[in-house]
Design a protein around this ligand. Structure first.
Ligand SMILES: *Cc1c(COP(=O)(O)O)cnc(C)c1O
Length: 431
């Protein structure tokens, strides 16, 4: 399998090169040259196939011969080494819980897969590589956990001081070893700017092999297809295919779902559930794509004003607006509706939603009301305990802490505090 740049000004590369470089030299996103078709027998017998084998079958064509079958099987096994339960909430609504990994958010799957692939590829390098990433919260923790203890890889994470939650900060700063957290006395935009400047710096390029771990990397994007097949595997309402509703920010997750569908995943429809950041819902209504500054909401991992993966969704439909609209709907859910959904769903069903899942639940319910005769799955992308300060007052009780959180709360904060000044970052990277 080869990957081309969506900016059209760079050569084709294999999976190894795409995963190591993250972005094409022309700054475009990499996109697979073909979309594999899964055999009909595979789809009809999903129920009898193990999750490991499903994941291996789905990802193999994308990896090609850059990793041996045997090693890829090990990588996949470690990547999905936790549960992905499908929980029924009502007659027609199910939650696909993606928060049972080490950092309690769905990004663990992409980050674990990517870190293991990079670690496999760095065996060929004589010097260590540095993964540099800016985070507004969830990405940093998943990347840190994914690369923790991996030989030959140093991870440097920049996060804005005072702007991530307590749990998120501990996930960044509690590990040590090959993970360094840099607390930047500035905003997330400052962190991103410093990272971008570092990638463009020639002195650094001469002395360090830098790579990025952000969500456009194909090694983070493609394994997200697994969730959808795992859900289809245990879907019991055989009279219809499920509608998938995905809480969306950068649109990597839902794009992976639609890619899976193009390969054969049974699905009736896709809904991108957005918070107040409504660029895509507005686009589907008007046909005009107008990116803007992100608004701050309680579902902060979806506070994105210019979703970086949306261009991949367009590419999947050969940029044809009408065929896109047949399979994809999108709705923006207000802050008030998000909060009232958490409260009402708990009171009527006992299920505790996190703010991102609440946006998904609400958008799915609205769609099912307008399209009777369907049933659907919303992706519950984070554990509610990550947002206990929002959720607990609404449900009027404490959320039980999973054991991994108890341990985290005992961890010591490690890391450096620096100004939002590129010179300081450069000194650190070259030291
Ligand atoms: C990152 C994230 C999202 C958004 O996923 P995208 O792939 O960026 O659309 C949704 N929910 C949670 C909890 C996240 O961390």
């Amino acid at each position: 399998m080869y990957y081309y740049s969506l900016n059209g000004n760079a050569g084709k590369v294999d999976f190894r090169q795409a995963a190591i470089s993250g972005q094409a030299p022309d700054k475009g996103l990499y996109f697979p040259e073909q979309i594999p078709k899964l055999p009909a027998g595979f789809i009809s017998s999903l129920r009898q196939i193990s999750p490991d084998e499903i994941a291996l079958t789905v990802i193999s064509p994308y990896v090609g011969d850059t990793i041996s079958k045997h090693e890829l099987a090990d990588i996949v096994h470690e990547t999905i080494d936790f549960d992905f339960p499908l929980v029924q909430i009502s007659d027609s609504v199910f939650a696909l819980e993606l928060f049972h990994g080490p950092t309690l958010a769905f990004k663990d799957v992409g980050a674990r897969f990517m870190s293991r692939c990079i670690s496999h590829f760095v065996n060929d390098f004589s010097s260590p590589i540095t993964v540099l990433v800016a985070t507004s919260g969830d990405t940093g923790g998943a990347v840190a956990s994914g690369f923790y203890g991996v030989e030959g890889v140093n991870v440097v994470i920049l996060y804005p001081s005072g702007k991530v939650s307590d749990v998120q900060e501990r996930q960044l700063t509690g590990l040590g070893k090959n993970i360094t957290a840099l607390e930047i006395l500035g905003t997330f935009d400052d962190c991103q700017r410093m990272v971008k400047t570092a990638f463009a710096d020639e002195d650094i390029a001469k002395k360090r092999f830098l790579t990025s771990a952000n969500s456009i990397n194909v090694a983070r994007w493609l394994p997200q297809q697994f969730y959808y097949f795992f859900a289809a595997r245990v879907w019991t309402l055989s009279r219809f295919f499920p509608v998938f509703c995905v809480p969306s920010g950068n649109f990597g997750n839902i794009c992976a779902g639609i890619l899976a569908h193009k390969s054969g995943l049974p699905a009736a429809h896709f809904i991108a559930a957005c918070n107040a950041n409504s660029v895509v819902p507005d686009f589907l209504r008007t046909g005009i794509y107008s990116p803007r500054k992100a608004l701050t909401t309680v579902s902060n991992a979806m506070d994105v004003g210019d979703p970086s993966n949306f261009i991949r969704v367009l590419e999947l439909f050969h940029r044809n607006f009408n065929s896109l609209k047949e399979i994809l709907s999108s709705e923006s859910i207000s802050e008030a509706d998000t909060l009232s959904t958490i409260k009402t769903v708990f009171e009527t069903t006992g299920y505790v939603l996190d703010p991102h899942g609440a946006v998904g639940y609400r958008a799915l319910g609205n769609w099912l009301r307008k399209n009777p005769g369907h049933a659907g799955i919303f992706l519950e992308t984070a554990h509610p305990v990550k947002f206990f300060d929002v959720v607990e007052p609404l449900i009027g009780k404490k959320i039980s802490r999973p054991p991994s959180i108890e341990e985290l709360m005992l961890s010591k904060k490690q890391g450096l505090v620096i100004n939002p000044d590129f010179g300081q970052l450069k000194d650190f990277l070259l030291s």
